[in-house]
Design a protein around this ligand. Structure first.
Ligand SMILES: [Zn+2]
Ligand SMILES: [Zn+2]
Length: 246
């Protein structure tokens, strides 16, 4: 088993609210410099930078999980992770048909930059990625599993854009095996207020939008292989492992 230091919630320059210097190579190099073994790229409602980040990671020896931070019907954020870039892009197309076609206004919301693995800009996403998709909290995990991935609610302890902020609790019928607590969140307080999370995997990720917000690694997991497939199996409870929130 390998101890894998991970950060499964990072935004690239495709997210309007993230820094334009969150380029594929900057993210990968910063993660390696800090000592991570695995990262996930999780832009709002889009996977368009996942191919470039995955290629940059592969070229530099960093495991990259292609992902998305989906904004559900209820305005709750859910992290969706996929075993391959192809699976992520299929899910991306599924989501693209379910978000409102409202144009981004870069001067207000920020730019949405799509890059290749050389950090060359190849496109600018025109649809604003911050709106709620027509997918409900109770159906997102099932939908993601249909593409071979897994999903867990993001920053559940936050009082905006979280499943708990929107619904009061994490519904059993949503089927989540894991949940993310924000970087400085209080696990004991969360479990007291939301005992439905007892027994689920609680992950701590950074949700960094800027390079300087990427923290030193602390959370880790023991995996037989440092791959997205293995991580997803561990998150789904299909293989035995050990999680350390650091
Ligand atoms: Zn979020
Ligand atoms: Zn986020």
């Amino acid at each position: 088993m390998k101890r894998v230091y991970y950060d499964l919630h990072l935004h690239s320059c495709l997210s309007p609210c993230a820094g334009d210097d969150m380029t594929p190579n900057n993210i990968v190099n910063m993660a390696l410099l800090l000592g991570y073994n695995m990262i996930a790229v999780t832009d709002h409602n889009s996977c368009r930078n996942a191919p470039a980040v995955a290629k940059a990671g592969a070229a530099n020896g960093l495991a990259v999980v292609p992902g998305m931070e989906l904004c559900t019907q209820e305005e709750a954020h859910v992290i969706c992770l996929f075993p391959t870039v192809e699976a992520a892009m299929e899910f991306h197309r599924y989501v693209a048909q379910r978000i409102p076609k409202i144009r981004n206004r870069p001067e207000i919301y920020g730019r949405q930059i799509v890059m290749d693995e050389q950090d060359v800009m190849v496109a600018e996403e025109e649809t604003l990625l911050l709106n709620a998709a027509d997918i409900s909290v109770n159906h997102v995990r099932e939908a993601v599993c249909g593409f071979g991935g897994t999903a867990f609610p993001a920053h559940v302890d936050r009082n905006a854009y979280s499943v708990i902020a929107s619904l009061g609790s994490v519904p059993q019928e949503a089927g989540f095996t894991a949940a993310e607590i924000s970087a400085k969140g209080d696990v004991q307080a969360l479990l007291r207020s939301n005992p439905e999370l007892l027994g689920r995997i609680l992950l701590r990720n950074s949700d960094a939008h800027y390079l300087e917000d990427m923290p030193e690694p602390s959370a880790s997991v023991l995996l037989s292989e440092n791959t997205p497939e293995c991580l997803i199996a561990a998150l789904d409870g299909k293989i035995e492992t050990e999680w350390d929130r650091g």
